[in-house]
Design a protein around this ligand. Structure first.
Ligand SMILES: [Fe+2]
Length: 185
């Protein structure tokens, strides 16, 4: 399954081979996620709406904890590209800037689901969870040490995996009854 990039005849055989390899790796991550007990809970029709809401709130809180760090690491990583890669750095900068406020969106959505407003960001409340600390640490490790072209692979995973996960649950999400969710709160 080609996840984030549609094949185009304009791409070289080497580029298409790279896309295929990236898709294979993203699909492998997706397979691992499907084995995770949290995913089994999401896809279980017996799961109660309040449990789903609690999980989504935790996901938004996690995004608040790591997103600013991965954004800063991303800028650092592609800032290490060869300095004649002007066009590539322009494209990557624009894309990363568009994503910069996603942590703020996660904060807003977290508060909407919690029915609170005007309070501190969830990321300010206590230390980051070990998992979100690890996400930030991996990104900074990549940013400072690994080949900066690897940024594209990390971005491919972060942009492609959520699409695959959402598609897998699209029917269920479409059938969500907001009244049912609101009644759960
Ligand atoms: Fe992205």
């Amino acid at each position: 399954m080609n996840i984030a990039v549609q094949p185009a005849t304009a791409y070289s055989p080497e580029a298409n081979a790279t896309f295929e390899e990236l898709d294979r790796r993203v699909n492998e991550v997706f397979r691992q996620v499907q084995e995770w007990r949290g995913w089994k809970m999401v896809s279980n029709p017996e799961t109660r709406p309040e449990q789903l809401l609690a999980l989504v709130r935790e996901i938004f809180k996690s995004v608040c904890w790591y997103q600013a760090h991965t954004t800063e690491a991303g800028f650092h990583m592609f800032g290490r590209l060869p300095k004649n890669e002007i066009r590539l750095m322009q494209v990557l900068s624009a894309h990363k800037a568009e994503e910069a406020e996603h942590g703020l969106w996660a904060h807003e959505d977290h508060d909407k689901l919690s029915h609170v407003s005007g309070r501190r960001a969830p990321s300010d409340e206590g230390s980051a969870s070990p998992a979100t600390f690890a996400v930030a640490a991996v990104w900074w490790r990549m940013a400072q040490i690994e080949d900066p072209l690897g940024y594209l692979g990390a971005e491919y995973l972060f942009d492609g995996a959520p699409i695959a996960l959402a598609q897998a649950e699209a029917e269920r999400i479409r059938n969500f009854r907001m009244s049912e969710l609101e009644a759960a709160e």
